[in-house]
Design a binder for this molecule. Sequence first.
Ligand SMILES: Nc1ncnc2c1ncn2[C@@H]1O[C@H](COP(=O)(O)OP(=O)(O)OP(=O)(O)O)[C@@H](O)[C@H]1O
Ligand SMILES: [Mg+2]
Length: 266
Amino acid sequence: MNQPILRVKNVFKSFHVGSMDVSVLKGVSFDVNEKDFLVLFGSSGCGKSTLLHTILGLEAPTSGHISFMGRSLYEGMTDDELCDFRKRHIGMVYQQPNWIRSLSVVENVAFPLALLGEDKRVASEHALQALRLVGMLEWTSYAPMDLSSGQQQRVALARAIVTDPDVIIADEPTGNLDYESGQELMELLRSLNEKADKTVIMVTHDLEYLGFAKTAIRMFDGTIMSSYDEDSREELISKLRTKSGQMEERVSVVKNRRVTSETERT
Ligand SMILES: Nc1ncnc2c1ncn2[C@@H]1O[C@H](COP(=O)(O)OP(=O)(O)OP(=O)(O)O)[C@@H](O)[C@H]1O
Ligand SMILES: [Mg+2]
């Protein structure tokens, strides 16, 4: 049985906006096991990215507890330790890759190793290996901005894995990609999960990608509305294949929205 690599316990997060406290995460709890491929989905604004930021150690929760690989993220770690922990154990992929424009593809991919103080030649070798894995070895001397969006996301994935992290966290990595490039990126994530044993935590709007997940969580308005294991995820996918199933799912989200706003009014 796999051990939880990540434990999120009763996490609340609110932001001060003007004179108001806006509550974004409202008691989120879940575990992610080693080698899981977790897809987090839910409508825009429900708190998915905020949750990822708390998991990444970038945004302390207002209350609650997060532990990663047995280490409590916000208690007993200095900011520098937290930053070092993130660089060594987590690879990030965002919707937009954010390149250092003065550096080539291979130099951008090697950059996280340079930040860890790795020797330049060794960093470059690792970068080439990562680029080979994502099928981008022919493009090493390009400027990243000269590549297509799909190619850029492959390179972004190479940069995320160059440090050999335990976990890959991806926030809508296919958000700007066409269908084919999106599928290719998902296949790469699947192969990193299955062949290289990387735990993957991915946020998406696109329910199509549930097929790549092992487990899934649907968020709604700062809470977890439902969790799916491998069996129930299959049921959800079959349901979404039919028009009536899609409609039923939409109705359940709308109903939940109504119940939440009624609860908030009382
Ligand atoms: N730093 C912040 N200050 C104030 N409000 C914030 C901050 N960060 C996020 N929020 C608010 O929290 C809510 C959730 O935002 P978040 O980005 O987590 O949503 P999301 O589920 O990732 O949405 P999307 O699918 O559109 O990316 C939004 O209403 C947003 O305005
Ligand atoms: Mg988001």
